[in-house]
Design a protein around this ligand. Sequence first.
Ligand code: 13P
Length: 338
Amino acid sequence: MTTADLEAIANRMVEGGRGILAADESSGTANKRLTSVNVDPTEDNRRDYREMLFRTPDLGKYISGTILYDETLRQNAADGTPFTKLLADQDIMPGIKVDTGAMVLAGSPNEKITEGLDGLRDRLNEYVEMGAKFTKWRAVITIGDGIPSGYCIKANAHALARYARLVQEAGMVPIVEPEVLMDGSHSIETCQEVTENTLHTVFNALVGQGVALEGMILKPNMVISAMDCSTQASVEQVAEWTVQTLKRRVPAAVPGIAFLSGGQSELLASQHLNAMNQLGDLPWTLSFSYGRALQHSALHTWAGSSDQVTAGQSKLAHRSHMNFAAAVGKYSADLEAA
Ligand code: 13P
């Protein structure tokens, strides 16, 4: 697999407005989502929920790839059809989350380090055989009293780069996800400063370890006010500051940037992406790789009822369509209401 082959996959992940559905919640997180809508946290219910999502009519018009969790990549629909086949029938590429989670960072109890490098090469080779085209690794940077530390940012950047190089060697496209959390009460200014520093450190590590920037996708947070900040930045400010920060720190060789939603509402996640694409003059494609901002309404509408499968699917189709429009700057309140 050459860099040009990786670049072709990366481009396909973000081309023409299509984006990525993040459905790679670990079984623990998936169980929390199920429990939140009073559904028993069982393997069958996790399967039924994902099957509802993946059988959504026309999903492939808006979604180019889905990030899966190990269990889901191996799972079949209730009738025995492999999930990977359901996705392929809609022209949706399967991807796989390969980190094993964020753990407490040694010596800094309020910060996290993402684990999963041990044995990664062998796991990657198995995922390639199973048809995965891309992967995800999420690093978590927390803003709080005296944090993030440079130590936390550097340790996570180093791990992201080691992961990305191994993934490219295996012939898949790494999604590199350094997430600066929006939990807390910090201002958009603080978010910008930390995001800028984080991206700087991450790209230094990626370049230092020889990762081909043409063959990766960046999955960053937006530059945004924290959830409990008393002053909430406007859609326009989030768009302008996010693009400014990315232009300062993300090389133009990166083909695509696919944002996480991070706790934003479904509507704001679409509005922010749209406003950024309306700014124009961008060196990379700006798209989406949302989890909650694509699934929230679908999950709550379905809520485990087989009678509500079609209704849940139409929620997912709608959100996917809205973000598809936002990824080319053509989202509007009228489209949302239509
Ligand atoms: P959210 O869009 O819910 O933040 O999830 C995206 C994701 O994949 C986090 O790793």
